[in-house]
Ligand binder design. Sequence first.
Ligand code: PBG
Length: 322
Amino acid sequence: MIALRPRRLRRGEVVRSLVRENRVHVEQLVQPLFVVERAGDAGPIESMPGIARLRLGEAAAEARELFSLGIRSVLLFGVPAHKDAIASGSYDADGIVQQAIREIKASLPEMLVIADLCACEYTDHGHCGVLAAGGDVDNDATVELLARVAVTYARAGADVVAPSDMMDGRVEAIRSALDAEGGRDVAIMAYSAKYASAFYGPFREAAGSTPRFGDRRGYQMDPPNAREALREIALDVDEGADIVMIKPGLPYLDVVRAARDRFDAPIAVYNVSGEYAMLHAAIANGWLDGERAVDEILTSFVRAGADIVITYHAKEYAQRHG
Ligand code: PBG
């Protein structure tokens, strides 16, 4: 005789939902938004069906629609009109991200506005910082730049700044600058364990941030390393990060779990552009059931221990589950 029959608890949706261990709530999702300065840059992103580069007014309208669906947090990326070697557009008080922050907060103060903090959209060479002689990214000069940009985001009204550059020591520098310049209540969500991944391809097309030469392996993490991710997270927590992030998502669920077991800080995971594009390509071919696949993927992040899931699927998930 079989003593244990786990199938008893799978006999119908009522009992399955009674014993369900994890659920994805709409409030834990963050929708990324791309905001363009030049009207000509607006429009759909071919590799990311359903996602577009938005003009300022469209971004504010989109934020209102998201909020009405239950999405309470957005992550802003800017596509500026002007790029140069030192990313001078990034700290312009009237830069595209600063304007977008003001616009969204003015029309929807309750929306949590997170501003991605990185130089790669603003440099003509496409790297995530200013270059030293020889073409290497100058860590400490970049950290100074990021701190300066963070203050402009805080002045524009951002709730959270999210450094995604992977320079050493930037969380501490950003925290000090914010504290000194009236941004004490602005939180830092650090891209702590950001890997040098192939899965950022569609984003770089969307944001126009592909490096002109070389790659990002000199600053982003080497994919085989998991213990190093925990060291990076520990450093960011020590430096004052309020939220730590692991990125990309699906290929790094082991890192999310390890981080959850080790740290008490809120953990975010970024389900990146290439993960989205990959899934949509399969859906477009009729190779899998898109809704079930999205639900299963988002659930995997929560099951692995993430508190916050940054995902291009957020809106669509909210439309079905809000
Ligand atoms: C900026 C940045 C990138 C992403 C978020 N912030 C691109 C990169 O590092 O090349 C990727 C997001 C995505 O792929 O969805 N540094």
